[in-house]
Design a protein around this ligand. Sequence first.
Ligand code: FAD
Length: 546
Amino acid sequence: MKSPPVVFTKQKTMLLKFIVVLLAGCSIKKSNFFCNYPFATPEVSPHSSFSVIHSSLEELKLDGYLNFTNIDHAAKDFGNRYHFLPSAVLYPTSVSDISSTIKLIYDMGTSSEITVAARGHGHSLQGQAQAYQGIVINMESLRVPRMSFQGGEKPHVDVSAGELWINVLHESLKYKLAPKSWTDYLHLTIGGTLSNAGISGQAFRYGPQINNVYNLEVVTGKGEVITCSEDQNADLFNGVLGGLGQFGIITRARIALEPAPKMVKWIRVLYSDFPTFISDQEHLISSEDSFDYVEGLVIINRDGLLNNWRSTFSPKDPVQASQFKSEGRTLFCLEVAKYFNPEEADTMDQKIDSLLSKLNYIHTTLFLSEVSYVNFLDRVHISEMKLREKGLWDVPHPWLNLLIPKSKIHEFATEVFGNILTDTSHGPILIYPLNKSKWKNGTSLVTPKENVFYIVAFLNSAIPSPGGKDGVEDILSQNTKIINFCERAKIGMKQYLPHYSTQEEWKAHFGSQWEVFAKRKSLYDPLAILAPGHRIFKRLVALQSP
Ligand code: FAD
């Protein structure tokens, strides 16, 4: 590693170069830079500089390979609305494949317009893992290191960032261990979720997944391979966590583990009164003695809801539950889970009764289920398989994920669930509180200012109707209404999995964190080669003759 003064001087020089090129660009060819430019369509010329480096790329000595023809899949993602075709896909089998490719592009400087995007499992929503006419790195083909487990006081696993969380779960269980913090869906890569946050019903206790990482190996936008942690290259470590892939490509992560339980009691109860619902949720996330998982759902205008649950859950009191009618009311479902091992089964029911006795749900609506830990964590995959069978998985997904401060959640709910939304037929709406005191400071993740805030996730699917309309426009217009309301009412909302078109909007998103974010970009990816799909920074290119 270089000594600090040299690094500092080099970084300063780079920063200066960055500013000079930026200013020159803004005065000479403004649309090539990020000066308030809306990126509705990519604007790299059709005969981009890719041809210039095509031959150099072909000459690169790689352990894996580059594919220049079979590239269509890299222009798709789960959102299924943005499709930007790259020029090549890199299938790395070593970290040096990634670093030498990026270094080649970096060394060409501003004479090339080539960008690079890491693609995890491609479950982004708006093309975030795509690179128009650039290179997409298929992270799943990077399987080094093979997962390596360490027990002791701080059990952990070293894993390739292209690995799926579901595989980490299965391997960890062989050692009776498991990661602490999850996402609701596990067919996502380590690098993909660490670039955002990784939030689920365990985050109130452990923080999001970015809190549960001991160290990372990262390839920066200059092609350097750097190991970072709280104690070593901490600025890069903090930047990369929640950093939307802007500062480097994560190639390896050391993930914290804990002893894994075998079984889960999974419980749903209903509320018709929003203040009671959130008061119970807030009580659960602030108690030491609580469930292991706390989430919630909003249900608008849905009849027959409880019947749908019956395939997984059994009502505690079947007679009373059968008499429960939603009568068009908006209902709120608290979803909680308690982990246990078979030897604790007897005491677990009492424990759960005691926890439930402190809650004020509608008592006829207690639904219970007992499932294995794996089936609980992999629950969304079970729904995925059902949707795939019906051809309803690969539809457009105009999702909207918001973080709402606790002090405004009531106002938000009144307007959004009471006036803007008329039904939930487009997909589930999740709502649950998170506790910032458990979250690591200094990462790139942006959250509302208050200590407790809610994640509200509108997980819409645009399903084609018999007339052929898929409703994307209607859903997008509903999303816009929600965002506009938040702005008008000064809710202090922050987007999770954020999506913006102009740098001004990104600046507003980052607020006081923008300066640090932009500075890190200039240090670790000064040419803005990485993660172009977020449209935060514009690739730095030299002036081309007309
Ligand atoms: P990709 O979509 O491939 O990439 C996402 C971004 O990360 C891109 O910008 C990409 O360039 C970058 N990236 C990918 N790999 C790396 C890397 N190794 N290094 C640096 N940058 C990289 N999120 C939650 O927090 N909680 C949930 O419960 C949750 N549930 C979800 C359920 C479903 C069905 C879906 C589709 C998404 C869900 N998400 C959830 C969102 C999910 O965490 C993000 O979309 C995540 O980015 C997807 O991971 P991926 O591997 O598919 O990443």
